[in-house]
Design a protein around this ligand. Structure first.
Ligand code: MGD
Ligand code: MGD
Ligand code: SF4
Ligand code: MO
Length: 730
């Protein structure tokens, strides 16, 4: 297909989608290359933004065009690794499906009719609508909700904007991701720890699929070790790549990991295999635990988990007697049932074996100390509490609790939400139950979405503001806690293409269109630039700014083990000790020790729907990247051969899935023994409803479309494995 450069640059997002993304991207590069100065090659270090790991790379820029991103070998977290997604990132600035300029909706929501706007027009449109609804709500700015995910290192400016605007309703990604594991481990160890997988000799991983759900340095630390130098026990209802790498794969029944952990504790205590010294000197509540775990025998747990009692007993013995063993905490813990208590049980097992502050164990995450970002707070007299403040026990004020909040917002209980401002979050795919999110969107008077691509969420917004690509931006350094603490940074490899702006510029400019209660323009609260903030962050480390410029990361000395084991040293719990029994939980009416309760089970021809990562895709972000999509153009639902035969479903058949609230998706079947007969699964990122993502538009199925709406009330974490579905061939 032939297309002129003028038409290419001027085309609408939807129109561009039909062009065939790969070829248009290539054409752009060739053209730009021809205009560049011949022979100019430079290297710029920066850090990846395609997932949460933030690996550092050396970007090769030839004639002003990014050629490739090479892994930075000195970066301690990824050490010369760049995954498929990180490599594909090199093309993202040139992707013809980028949002290239501000867009204002002209048709019905979701109809895809847009007009190209200047930034000033877009800001004014947003401000006029927002100021109007705030006035209608009696001046209460809490009627606007602010959603965001981490990753750009500019999210702090988003919080600043919300805070000076005056809304308490912030919704971040943790309650879709890891709030419950954080809360569970904090209640025992006073921290959500890092794990020293480099030195661990015996590792249990429950549903932490590190070979596909890549997280550095953990993925590097474990899988770059020679075979035989450690033993890996892996529990997952699916045969993942981590299962393939493990010494033992146990296809545990979903929602029973607590039963498994309690049975490990039972054996370790009954057989006197616990770390006496650690328990006596550093833990509280051991006597209560001894009584508590008596009924939780391996024979009992075998009934619940589907794992043989002999296996559980053997694993407990090996775990307790192999030096440097650990039960890995995991990360995404938006599963099912009582997630916080499940993670407490796993933490307790670690305490029993003394896997804390020693090689191969858990350690409080230590970051690079940096000056913080300071801004003047704004003061409002008209304030209201967050919508869901009565529904969740531990509510992070910035994190919020997406599912609980949405339920309240849908009922206008206790007050109405009229607008949603969204930064780098694909709400319509990341929050379970898309139908409910759509209902919420329908109730909104104004939806603003800041994204780099036409995500489903952007497609259903009123105004889309394009953020500059991460290879075109300077993002202030962000500290990453670990055994080798490091702070990472971003700087532009190329000039900005198109009419896009970095987050700081967007919010500080938009702020000029709003006033606080005293009549001051909100833009007066924003000072400096990301570069000035960046310099200030590292001002206490001599030479750090120069090193960031050269390497895009800085480090401080490695953590030494043993500091927390010194006499008199307290950890960050109320008692200063490792809390096997939680007085705090007891005081709140919660189980002070984890009590196993069965989750609702699927009926005879029903299945539990599971979600999980795909090695070459990030959430909903990358499935439409041409460089990655070819590998798996659409997703398919994993179904065990036994129920498949019963239901007359063959590999490749089209099937229809329906959940308990009646939501349906149609998707191809992948019949595989790599999943339990009572579960089904498909990969994230497909079945988009935005034509602005042509490679995944209506291809395969969306997870959010079939996920039911559930959350856990201690942490507010969404529960994504509570969904029960039926399947039939179409
Ligand atoms: N390639 C890639 N890597 C990523 C990401 C990505 O999108 N792509 N995202 C990053 C992010 S944001 C996160 S939070 C992490 C997530 O990393 P992980 O925490 O490892 O999470 P998932 O891959 O989402 O799910 C893990 C596994 O849990 C299994 N599972 C389901 N139910 C149960 C159960 O009841 N018990 C047990 N034991 N297992 C169960 C699922 O089958 C799935 O394989 O990955 C990070 N790394
Ligand atoms: N269905 C389902 N939902 C889930 C999960 C799941 O496994 N399945 N996992 C949960 C977990 S663990 C997490 S962490 C969350 C993640 O939830 P999200 O953070 O929403 O995940 P992403 O799909 O990575 O979407 C981020 C959005 O940011 C946009 N984006 C990318 N780069 C930039 C940038 O530089 N600037 C801006 N402004 N936008 C950018 C992308 O185009 C995309 O639309 O999802 C949670 N929800
Ligand atoms: S793991 Fe891959 S996608 Fe994630 S930051 Fe590293 S290179 Fe980028
Ligand atoms: Mo996550």
């Amino acid at each position: 297909m032939k297309v002129s450069r003028r038409k290419f640059l001027a085309g609408s997002v939807a129109g561009l989608g039909a062009l065939g993304a790969g070829s248009a991207g290539l054409r752009f590069v060739r053209k730009a290359e021809a205009q560049g100065r011949a022979g100019e090659v430079k290297y710029v270090n920066s850090s990846c933004a395609i997932c949460t790991s933030k690996c550092v790379f050396r970007g090769q820029v030839v004639n002003g065009i990014i050629r490739r991103l090479e892994p930075e070998p000195d970066f301690p977290k990824s050490r010369g690794m760049m995954c498929a997604r990180g490599n594909a990132g090199a093309w993202t600035p040139y992707d013809p499906d980028r949002v290239k300029y501000p867009l204002i909706r002209t048709g019905r929501r979701g109809e895809g009719k847009w007009r190209k706007a200047t930034w000033e027009e877009a800001y004014k449109y947003i401000a006029d609508k927002t100021n109007q609804v705030v006035e209608e709500e009696g001046g209460h700015r809490s009627c606007i909700g602010f959603a965001s995910s981490e990753g750009t290192y500019q999210e702090m400016y988003w919080h600043q904007f919300r805070e000076v605007f005056g809304s308490p309703n912030s919704l971040r990604h943790p309650t879709l991701c890891l709030s419950s594991v954080i809360r569970g481990f904090q209640s025992v160890f006073g921290t959500y720890p890092v794990t020293d997988l480099k030195n661990a000799r015996y590792v249990i991983m429950a549903g932490a699929n590190r070979a596909e759900a890549i997280f550095t340095p953990d993925t590097m630390d474990i899988f770059s070790r020679p075979k035989g130098s450690y033993k890996l026990i892996y529990l997952d209802p699916r045969f993942t790549k981590t299962a393939a790498k493990a010494d033992q794969w146990l296809p545990i029944k979903p929602g029973t990991d607590m039963a498994f952990a309690l049975a490990l504790a039972h054996v370790i205590i009954a057989e006197n295999l616990y770390d006496r010294d650690f328990v006596a000197n550093f833990c509280t509540g051991f006597d209560e635990l001894v009584e508590h775990v008596k009924p939780y025998s391996p024979e009992w747990a075998a009934e619940e988990t589907g794992i043989a009692a002999a296996d559980i007993r053997q694993i407990a013995r090996e775990l307790a007697t192999t030096p440097h063993s650990v039960f890995y905490p995991g990360r995404r813990s938006s599963w099912q049932g009582e997630e916080v208590q499940t993670r407490r049980a796993i933490a307790i097992v670690n305490a029993l074996i003394g896997a804390f502050d020693r090689p191969g164990g858990l350690l409080p995450a230590v970051g690079v100390p940096m000056r913080s970002y300071f801004y003047e707070p704004a003061w409002y007299t008209q304030t209201r509490p967050r919508l869901e403040s009565d529904d969740v026990m531990f509510l992070g004020p910035r994190d919020g609790s997406w599912v609980a909040w949405r339920d309240r917002a849908l009922k206008a209980d206790p007050y109405r939400i009229r607008g949603l401002f969204i930064y780098k979050q694909n709400v319509l795919e990341a929050v379970p139950d898309r139908d409910k999110s759509m209902k919420l969107f329908d109730q909104m008077d104004i939806i603003v979405c800041i994204d780099t691509f036409m995500s489903d969420t952007a497609w259903y917004a009123d105004v889309v503001l394009p953020e500059s690509n991460y290879l075109e931006r300077l993002d202030p350094p962000q500290s990453l806690g670990g055994i080798e603490p490091t702070a990472v940074f971003r700087q532009p490899l190329i000039d900005r293409l198109y009419d896009t702006k970095p987050g700081f510029e967007i919010v500080s400019e938009l702020a000029a269109y709003f006033e606080d209660e005293d009549g001051f323009k909100l833009s007066e609260y924003f000072e400096g630039s990301p570069e000035e903030h960046a310099r200030n962050f590292v001002a206490d480390h001599p030479g750090a700014w120069e090193q960031l410029r050269e390497k895009a990361f800085i480090t401080v000395p490695k953590v030494q083990f043993g500091a927390y084991r010194q006499e008199g040293r307290r950890i960050n719990t109320a008692t200063g000790k490792v809390e096997l029994y939680s007085e705090d939980f007891a005081g709140r009416g919660l189980d002070p020790l984890p009590v196993f309760r069965r989750c609702e089970e699927p009926g005879p021809d029903q299945f539990r729907f599971l979600v999980g990562r795909h090695a070459i895709h990030t959430n909903s972000m990358t499935a439409a990247f041409p460089e990655l999509n070819w590998h798996q153009p659409e997703n398919a639902v994993w179904l065990n051969p036994e129920p498949a035969a019963r239901l007359g479903i063959n590999d490749g058949d089209l099937v229809q899935m329906q959940n308990r609230s009646g939501a349906q998706v149609t998707v191809k079947a992948k019949v595989t023994a790599g999943i339990r007969p009572d579960c089904v699964y498909y990969a994230p990122g497909y079945g988009a409803i935005s034509p602005g993502k042509p490679l995944v538009y209506q291809r395969g199925a969306s997870q959010a479309a079939i996920l039911e709406s559930h959350f856990e009330p201690i942490s507010g974490n969404a529960l994504m494995h509570e969904t029960i579905v039926e399947i039939r061939r179409v």
